[in-house]
Design a protein around this ligand. Structure first.
Ligand code: HEC
Ligand code: HEC
Ligand code: HEC
Ligand code: HEC
Ligand code: HEC
Ligand code: HEC
Ligand code: HEC
Ligand code: HEC
Length: 479
């Protein structure tokens, strides 16, 4: 938050209603004891504070229950205390008990120094004061990320790996189910906590963890706006968004202009409050002149590139338009349209040339009962196919989505093609089945995208020079 020299908040009026502070708790067990300075309230009107007592921002008296939390924890956990004290919550008198206070009957409530408290502070609890943000998070794909137990990935983690890896790996990003300790029922079980996964399943039935992006106890917007905060999860061989961003012109420009990016500002509208470069938040969450902040990160996506074959999102045209409005803060319309044509081109290339035929061959292999071992992932070809789409094919598409050419080609389509021609097809042929072999032979002979395989280099080069080979892909540059 911007402070002016007198210590008040930056009096720049907001153009968009970014905050949804309300006093009504829906799912929450917390009361709303907002102690908010009036100078602040005058800035964020129209704000509803139903049922809240507006008092001063000073720390509660040390002798009160709320005051004792801070007095003691300042000694016990000075680092934690300091993070809270310097935070916007500390400055606005939102104290330990405002977040950790619980009702006696809550599953995870325990009596502590004369008060009922809970360690977990769930999105429902934050939502007592930040209703809009909490509702948007609950509606997003992030909220359901913890429901992965039925997925092929989870089967793999549990069968091939083992439970401890699923807990400290998958669930640390996706979120696990937080359960109580059988031996001390109001304490959290060590196998399920700590966990700050994006789709954590909480005992109060709310989903997610706001600390996934706003680390405690600073709960800062500057941190959430920084690409590193998404990078805990959005990286690696199957979704290298952070690495792609770092190699893109956008990442380049951001890391060179970080100091001028105004990350701490209260209002953060692209093109008005900063202009050097977009971060992940800029494109996926933050405000533009015409759009408010959204905590539903799917609102601006036209594709889902996660499945083996890409799919359009529901209502994808409107979602694409929302993203294009972000780009429009810094780029002109022909540039934006050109970018999307090139992006769609890579998505269609991957889908049509590699993903669809590989999927059909794999289905035929299964249908004809050619796999040696019965369990999924107990045969080499299943791993080869998995890496083709889940790792390499995603990398290529993500590279094109976010202007990272090295991921589009060297870590992307190059790897897909190498796998397809020299690992996947040979592994399928090795099964020695006439129907599978006939399918592969037909693909390589008749599909114009694959028929280069049996020709001589000189005629292929002549087709590249004349543009004939490029024309095969001519209809791909559209959604
Ligand atoms: C006299 C000192 C003292 C006071 C007062 C106090 N705490 Fe604590 N608190 C501790 C200590 C020590 C621990 C760690 C050991 C334990 O769990 O009892 C702790 C643990 C906690 C935990 C974490 C428990 C866990 O799961 O690890 C929370 C949350 C907490 N306190 C919140 C509060 C709140 C809210 C208040 C005010 C109502 C408060 N504390 C008052 C000393 C204190
Ligand atoms: C704005 C809400 C908020 C405030 C204010 C707040 N906390 Fe927390 N606290 C959290 C959240 C969120 C977590 C993580 C729990 C979760 O993931 O559900 C947490 C976790 C904790 C933990 C356990 C985690 C750990 O790292 O050991 C302790 C102890 C704790 N808080 C103490 C305090 C104390 C003491 C204060 C006051 C100085 C305080 N909290 C103020 C939201 C808050
Ligand atoms: C008792 C009401 C209350 C609760 C509960 C509460 N907050 Fe806040 N929060 C505030 C107030 C007041 C501010 C400061 C004014 C503002 O910036 O909106 C604030 C500010 C923030 C900010 C902006 C910080 C910045 O750097 O500008 C974030 C992010 C935030 N809260 C997240 C959370 C999260 C996450 C939780 C739950 C763990 C939570 N809050 C719980 C009242 C609350
Ligand atoms: C480093 C963090 C991280 C780890 C570890 C991780 N994932 Fe993911 N996972 C993600 C992210 C981020 C996405 C979304 C990628 C995207 O949208 O491109 C994702 C996507 C998925 C999807 C696709 C969801 C959909 O809607 O199609 C499934 C299923 C999945 N992961 C399951 C797992 C399982 C099971 C494990 C453990 C074997 C695991 N993940 C490990 C971060 C992680
Ligand atoms: C995926 C990451 C992410 C998660 C999860 C997340 N936030 Fe945020 N949050 C952000 C970003 C980024 C901003 C800054 C938006 C901007 O540019 O102003 C923000 C801003 C805020 C603000 C400041 C007001 C505003 O809109 O600018 C509040 C309050 C807030 N978040 C509350 C929450 C609460 C409550 C939760 C959990 C229900 C939560 N956030 C979960 C990323 C996240
Ligand atoms: C704690 C891990 C984690 C963090 C931090 C995180 N994400 Fe995610 N994100 C995920 C997972 C897991 C998924 C896949 C959810 C699924 O498909 O079930 C996902 C999905 C997404 C999607 C696809 C949504 C859709 O509707 O298809 C976008 C976009 C996204 N995240 C952006 C972000 C941005 C931007 C940030 C940082 C501001 C961020 N995420 C922070 C784990 C995380
Ligand atoms: C310049 C804007 C921009 C920036 C910066 C940006 N993205 Fe994206 N992102 C996009 C676009 C455009 C798409 C594809 C949208 C579509 O499907 O129409 C996308 C797609 C995604 C997806 C969906 C992938 C899938 O599998 O469907 C995720 C997840 C994501 N981005 C995360 C991130 C993360 C994390 C960062 C930062 C490290 C980031 N993005 C930076 C514009 C951006
Ligand atoms: C905050 C301003 C800003 C926003 C918003 C923004 N960009 Fe950019 N973009 C830049 C800058 C700066 C460059 C580098 C310009 C140069 O090459 O001189 C750039 C470069 C690019 C490039 C050229 C990449 C290359 O390697 O030459 C593409 C493509 C691009 N942006 C697409 C997009 C798309 C698509 C969006 C929206 C999803 C977007 N940008 C949003 C600032 C922005």
């Amino acid at each position: 938050m911007e402070m002016n020299p007198s210590g008040d908040r930056d009096p720049v009026p907001r153009l968009v209603p970014v905050h949804g502070i309300q006093g009504r708790a829906v799912l929450s067990r917390r009361r709303c004891p907002l102690k908010t300075p009036l100078s602040f309230l005058s800035l964020v009107a129209p704000v509803v504070l139903a049922g809240c007592t507006v008092a001063s921002a000073e720390d509660p008296a040390p002798g009160t229950t709320a005051g004792r939390c801070m007095t003691c924890h300042r000694e016990e956990h000075p680092g934690l205390y300091r993070q809270w004290y310097d935070s916007e919550h500390g400055k606005h008198g939102v104290t330990c008990i405002d977040c950790h206070g619980a009702e006696r009957g809550d599953k995870d409530a325990f009596e502590h120094e004369g008060a009922w408290v809970a360690t977990l502070v769930t999105p429902a609890d934050c939502g007592a004061c930040h209703e809009d943000e909490a509702a948007q998070v609950q509606a997003s794909h992030h909220a359901t990320a913890g429901q992965i137990l039925e997925s092929q990935d989870a089967y793999m983690a549990h069968a091939v790996g083992g439970h401890p890896a699923a807990v400290a790996g998958c669930e640390s990003c996706h979120g696990g189910k937080v359960t109580l300790d059988d031996t001390a029922p109001n304490r959290l079980s060590a196998v399920s906590w700590p966990n700050s996964g994006i789709g954590r399943i909480n005992p109060d039935a709310s989903l997610g963890s706001c600390t996934a992006c706003h680390a405690r106890h600073a709960f800062s917007v500057a941190q959430a706006r920084s690409p590193e905060s998404c990078g805990k999860c959005h990286l690696g061989p199957d979704h290298p968004q952070e690495e792609i961003y770092e190699e893109s012109k956008h990442g380049n420009a951001f890391f060179s202009n970080r100091a001028a990016s105004n990350l701490d500002a209260d209002r953060w509208i692209v093109g008005m409050d900063y202009a050097g470069a977009p971060t992940c938040a800029t494109c996926h969450l933050s405000a533009t002149i015409a759009q408010p902040v959204t905590h539903d990160v799917g609102q601006r996506l036209s594709w889902t590139l996660r499945p083996a074959v890409s799919k359009h999102q529901e209502d994808w045209k409107a979602k694409r338009t929302r993203m294009q409005k972000v780009c429009a803060a810094c780029h002109g319309p022909t540039f934006i349209e050109g970018f999307y044509a090139q992006f769609d081109g890579v998505v269609n290339l991957y889908d049509r040339k590699f993903a669809l035929p590989a999927g059909e061959i794999m289905a035929l292999v299964r249908e004809r009962g050619l796999l040696e071992h019965p369990a999924e992932f107990s045969n080499d070809i299943e791993w080869i196919y998995w890496e083709l789409w889940h790792h390499e094919g995603r990398r290529a598409r993500h590279g094109a989505a976010m202007a990272g050419p090295d991921y589009t080609w060297w870590h992307g389509i190059y790897d897909v093609a190498h796998n397809f021609y020299f690992e996947f097809l040979p592994a399928a042929r090795e099964l020695g089945d006439p129907a599978v072999n006939a399918k592969i032979d037909a693909l390589l002979a008749d599909d114009p995208m694959h028929s280069w395989f049996g020709r001589d280099t000189a005629t292929i080069k002549a087709d590249i020079r004349s543009g004939k080979l490029q024309r095969i892909y001519g209809d791909m540059f559209q959604p």
